[in-house]
Design a protein around this ligand. Structure first.
Ligand SMILES: [Mg+2]
Length: 366
């Protein structure tokens, strides 16, 4: 069997909430949700909407996109933390880098989700599951969060499978199992089938994926056109969409682990130089300019401090990058307990713009 017939979907488990909780062990068993920063500025529950809910919070029926006012009624003790997008982006980049080491192709579809094609030495579903386990273990060891994976012959089945045994699950659906796996599921499990489409299916007497697979093609086409046909293909395990390498990175970041850990700003800034150089060399390869610099300092107690700053013009100047990174490290460390030691420096650039080499300045190449 060719490796490109096996597709994996990786989905981080309640990503934002998990990242928050890993650094705050006292919140582990508590109902925690993450909300936008605007809510925290005004502390007005009528405005907040949940961006992510931890598993204990889900037990109360809380979920993402739920208004906070409703969440408070279901769970008066809910703990609401503000979004930290810079941190989530850094963790997401680190996770993607781990995945990339183990596989051939990665298509990142959102901050916490990716499709994967395996390397050519993965020739069976057992090999694929072994590889998935290695990826899961490495993410758990280095980022201390879990993900769930689905492995299947099509993208849609892989995506449905990754949601099948959350959290921390691996679900393998082999080609001969795909129809039986899909048949009993409600049609809403098919990616892209929302409430409205489900209502239309319901009018046609279709509730499960199995109903859709057997349904009369003409009636589906009449009601839902080409989309309906695509959904029926998915129901029959015949989805042919390909895994495409993510075209352009929205951000570039690298990290450096300090040994020994240190609370000396000079030592941290020195360590930041090589990270800036790595980030810069990727910018050069990709012929990109950046506008925003993000810094993350990971401390020995596993807390993380982050800072992100946007500038008025795009640049790829390495001196600019180093100088601003060092200023931001100074600011972060000045605001942190001076006894806390830094174990890892994360430096990223975003707000990227493609440029042709002709426009680049001399200093871009140093
Ligand atoms: Mg997720």
């Amino acid at each position: 069997m060719a490796a490109d017939k096996i597709i994996m979907h990786i989905d981080m488990d309640s990503f934002f909430a998990s990242v928050e909780i890993r650094d705050k062990p006292e919140l582990k068993e508590k109902p925690v949700v993450v909300c936008s920063k605007t809510f925290h500025l005004h502390m007005d529950t009528s405005k907040g909407v949940i961006s992510a809910a931890s598993y204990p919070a889900r037990k109360f029926g809380l979920h993402s996109a739920m208004p906070l006012s409703e969440a408070v009624k279901l769970c008066p003790d809910v703990i609401c933390l503000p979004m930290n997008n810079t941190l989530y982006r850094q963790v997401s980049d680190n996770v993607i880098k781990i995945i990339q080491k183990h596989v051939k192709t990665v298509q990142k579809v959102s901050i916490d989700e990716a499709y994967v094609l395996f390397k050519d030495n993965v020739i069976s579903y057992e090999d694929a599951a072994d590889c998935a386990l290695k990826i899961k273990e490495e993410i758990k060891a280095t980022e201390r969060i879990t993900c769930s994976v689905g492995i299947a012959p099509t993208k849609s089945a892989a995506k449905i499978a990754s949601g099948f045994q959350k959290p921390d699950g691996i679900t393998v659906v082999r080609p001969n199992e795909i129809k039986d796996f899909l048949a009993p599921l409600p049609v809403t499990k098919i990616p892209g089938v929302g409430k409205k489409t489900a209502e239309t299916f319901d009018l046609l007497g279709i509730q499960t994926v199995g109903d859709l697979a057997k349904a009369d093609k003409r009636r589906i086409y009449e009601k839902l056109g080409k989309h309906g046909m695509n959904f029926q293909d998915v129901a029959n395990g015949l989805d042919t969409t390909q895994v495409m390498e993510t075209a352009d990175a929205k951000s570039i970041s690298r990290f450096h682990s300090l040994s020994p850990y240190t609370n000396d700003p000079a030592a941290v800034k020195l360590g930041s130089e090589s990270v800036c150089e790595e980030v810069h060399s990727i910018l050069m390869q990709k012929k990109m300019y950046f506008k925003t610099i993000s810094i993350g300092l990971r401390y020995s107690d596993f807390t993380t401090a982050t800072k992100s700053r946007s500038h008025t013009v795009h640049t790829a100047d390495i001196f600019f990058l180093k100088r601003h990174a060092q200023d931001m490290i100074d600011e972060l460390m000045a605001n942190t307990d001076s006894k806390k030691k830094v174990r890892q420096i994360n430096i990223g650039v975003s707000n990227l713009k493609k440029t042709d080499a002709g426009q680049m300045q001399l200093t871009d190449f140093f």
